[in-house]
Structure formats: structure tokens, C-alpha cells
Design a protein around this ligand. Structure first.
Ligand code: PLP
Length: 428
């Protein structure tokens, strides 16, 4: 390592998450810290997925020849309007909705914000209580926290050690003034699926609106908005092999949702702004592919995920799968490696060519343990020793075999150099 790289490394030691970014080869003051060309394996599909070639091909004409504004009356506009409406039908078909119930947004974060603020954010609403869980994605969690600052009561229902919310706890949290229940379908860190059907029945009986963040379950498990009993549901294109910066919110017909933005009457007055036509077309094509491939993908990926977990647990002493006792999406595996800092292991694996993720957040130079892992009962040290591996449509058996060999080696190496394993020096 050059002197400069060492200096940068020392600085970045203050925030290990940043270290991971830099060591992946970004330039630092004009100098590059590039890694040698090695076989790269991507086990971070919950962060984002590659855009499928068919999706890109469907999008490309809408950047150039098909450039009309979908609101224009002339033929340029009518061409793109047709493409947007075909995408709406494809997204609706993936989740069992009607096309008119789909509003396109800029992604999962906006969909969650629109659902939560759009139902519960009204200043004049007499019903000022929301129920959510302790393990939501920050897009929903921070929306609820922002509403709490505006005087809306929020109940953060806990989950059990398996990472699942008990519907009876949701029922107990209901109050006459409850306006919204917002609960994610699959957790992004540990993959556990929440019992939405049962919660949907509870919401209906209580006459409370029900929103689900399904960003991590759409395309991974079969999903039907009517079977789940949801009134609103968020999804995002870049988690299903579509482009970044586009998503959708399902809004059941008759749901009184206020818009977040003000402008034109696009998306049936639910979300103004000239449509991102290439993005929407990409989401539509990704939704069609997800529908076609869902059952094959789920069977193949869950088999690979199970093989991966079995291989790693057999070779790493003390390793444990977080959320293993619950129903999970097929691709996600969150593993705790005792005595290991997840950031160090993440970086070591990245240097060997494997991309995965830690749920910890770096703030003010300190690494905060994941709120999801602490909510399922892990001690802070256990949470800081956990990594998320998320497989995808293009993960191969050969990749899984390589990873099963790589992880135990890297864990053993890090354990050997850990300060806790150093023998005390005796002065003679
Ligand atoms: N909700 C969940 C569960 C997610 O995992 C994510 C992204 O990781 C989001 C919402 C936000 O989606 P987007 O990245 O499209 O804003």
C-alpha cells in the first residue's frame, strides 16, 4: 500500500463504512486506489439489482426517438402515453391490482412517504395515531418519526426474536383515533416476511387504512393486494432488475390520499410532474419479467441461499443466521459471526471480490448497530458482527461454492489478528 493510501486508510478508519466505499476504487485527490481485476461476486441484491438487458432495450427508445411528453395531445405525446399506460398494466398485473390504482413515483422512498403523509399527514385529521413496527426501512420509519414531531402519536410495535410482528400486538395497539397501519412485507436486512394477511383483516375490521412497504418482497414472493388486504403498497424498480429512481404506489380505489407535491393533475392527481417515461417503461418491463420468472427464480435462489447458509454455518464456529426461524424471502441471509467486526469482514470480502452489506450506520464517526438486529434481541456487539448476503437472478452455483470457501478463510484470518486474541505480553 502506498503512503497516501495508508494515510487515507488511517483517516477512514474513523468511519469504516466509508472505508468500504473508498477501497472499492474511487479516486482520492486524483489518485486511484484500484483493486486488481478479480472475479467479482455480487451478493447485495437487496441494495440494488442490475438492469436486465431486456429492460434497458425497452427503455432506450424513450430517451431519444420517443421523447414526447406523455401529457401532450399530439402524436409524440400519445406514443409515450401508450407506453406509460402499458407499464401501468404490467405493474398492476404483478400485484393483482387494477391499472388505475397504480401511481408512478420516484421510487420506494417516495412511495412510502406519499402513503404515510398522504393518509396521516393531514393537519385537520381528527384521527391522529399511526401503528408501525420497530423494524421498518428508514423511508417509513423516518416518515413516522417526522409525523410524531408534528404531534401525531406513533406506536412502534416490537417484533419477536425471529423478526416477525405478532398481529395480536397490532390489534392491541389500535385506538379509536388510529388512522393508519404501515408495516413492511419483507424486511430488507433479514428478509423475514410479516403476516400481512392477518393484519389486513385487523385493519379492515377496525376501519383503519393499511399500507405495506413491499419494496423487498415484490418479484421475490407471489403477492396479491386483495389477498393481503392492503389499501396502499410501495414498490421500487431497482430492486426488481429495473432502473433506479422510479417506483410505484398502489392506492386502492376509494382511498382518500392527499398528494405530497402540488402541480399538474398527473397520475390522477396523486403525483404531479412530467412522467419519467424511460424509467416507467423500464419498471413495466421489469414487472413483466418478474411475473414470468418469479416461481423459477424463487425455487433456484432459495436452494442456493440454503446451500450457502449450510456451507457457511458448517465451516464457521458460532455463526448463526438472524431471522432463521421465520418465513423469509428466498434470497436473503443475514449471518452473525461472533468476534468479528462486520465492517472489517465486509471490507476483507470485498477485497476478495465478494460484495455484501452490513446494516450498521455510520454517524459522527461511530458505527451504530442496526435497529432491525437490536429489535430482534441481538446485543449491540452481535449486531455489529452481522452481515447481509442477498442473492439474485444471476447468482450461480459456482459463485455460491466460491463464497462458501472464501468466508470461513476470511473469518479465520480476522479472528487470528483480532486484538482480543492476542496473548498478553509478559515483561520479564
Ligand atoms: N423500503 C425498503 C424495504 C427498502 O429496502 C428500500 C430500499 O432499500 C426502500 C424502501 C427505498 O426504496 P428506494 O431505494 O427505491 O427509494
Amino acid at each position: 500500500m502506498s503512503k497516501q493510501a495508508a494515510a487515507v486508510g488511517g483517516f477512514l478508519f474513523l468511519c469504516p463504512s466509508l472505508t468500504a466505499v473508498f477501497q472499492r476504487g474511487y479516486s482520492v485527490r486524483g489518485r486511484e486506489l484500484r483493486l486488481p481485476n478479480i472475479h467479482r461476486i455480487y451478493f447485495d441484491h437487496n441494495a440494488t439489482t442490475p438492469v436486465e438487458a431486456e429492460v434497458l432495450a425497452a427503455m432506450l427508445p424513450y430517451f431519444s426517438a420517443e421523447f414526447g411528453n406523455a401529457s401532450s395531445i399530439h402524436s409524440f405525446g400519445q406514443g409515450t402515453r401508450g407506453a406509460v399506460e402499458r407499464a401501468r398494466i404490467a405493474v398492476a398485473a404483478l400485484i393483482g391490482a387494477q391499472a388505475s390504482e397504480i401511481a408512478f413515483t420516484s421510487g420506494g422512498t417516495e412511495s412510502d412517504n406519499l402513503a404515510i403523509f398522504g393518509i396521516a399527514g393531514g393537519e385537520s385529521s381528527a384521527r391522529r395515531h399511526i401503528i408501525t413496527t420497530q423494524i421498518e426501512h428508514s423511508a417509513a420509519l423516518h416518515s413516522c418519526e417526522a409525523l410524531a414531531k408534528r404531534g401525531i402519536d406513533v406506536t412502534f410495535v416490537p417484533v419477536n426474536r425471529a423478526g416477525v410482528v405478532d398481529p395480536a400486538e397490532v390489534r392491541r395497539a389500535l385506538r379509536p383515533e388510529t388512522v393508519l397501519i404501515t408495516i413492511m412485507h419483507a424486511n430488507n436486512e433479514i428478509g423475514t416476511l410479516q403476516p400481512l394477511e392477518e393484519i389486513g383483516r385487523i385493519a379492515k375490521e377496525a376501519d383503519v387504512w393499511f399500507h405495506a412497504d413491499a419494496v423487498q418482497s415484490v418479484g421475490k414472493v407471489p403477492l396479491d393486494v386483495n389477498a393481503l388486504g392492503v389499501d396502499l403498497l410501495s414498490l421500487s424498480a431497482h430492486k426488481i432488475y429495473g432502473p433506479k429512481g422510479v417506483g410505484a404506489l398502489y392506492v386502492r380505489s376509494g382511498t382518500p390520499m392527499e398528494p405530497l407535491l402540488f402541480g399538474g393533475s398527473h397520475e390522477r392527481d396523486r403525483r404531479p410532474g412530467t412522467e419519467n417515461v424511460p424509467g416507467i417503461v423500464g419498471l413495466g418491463r421489469a414487472a413483466e419479467l418478474a411475473r414470468e420468472k418469479l416461481s423459477d427464480d424463487a425455487a433456484r435462489i432459495s436452494r442456493l441461499r440454503d446451500k450457502f447458509e449450510k456451507g457457511v454455518l458448517a465451516a464457521v464456529s458460532g455463526a448463526r443466521v438472524n431471522g432463521a426461524d421465520a418465513a423469509r424471502v428466498p434470497n436473503t441471509s443475514n449471518i452473525m459471526f461472533p468476534e468479528i467486526s462486520s465492517e472489517s469482514l465486509l471490507i476483507a470480502l470485498d477485497m476478495k471480490g465478494l460484495a455484501c452489506s452490513s446494516g450498521s450506520a455510520c454517524s459522527s464517526g461511530a458505527v451504530n448497530p442496526s435497529h432491525v438486529l437490536t429489535a430482534i434481541g441481538l446485543a449491540a456487539a452481535e449486531a455489529r458482527s452481522s452481515l447481509r448476503f442477498s442473492l439474485g437472478r444471476h447468482t450461480t452455483e459456482a459463485d455460491v461454492d466460491l463464497v462458501i470457501a472464501m468466508i470461513p478463510q476470511e473469518v479465520a484470518r480476522l479472528r487470528a489478528i483480532s486484538p482480543e486474541n492476542k496473548k498478553p505480553v509478559t515483561v520479564k
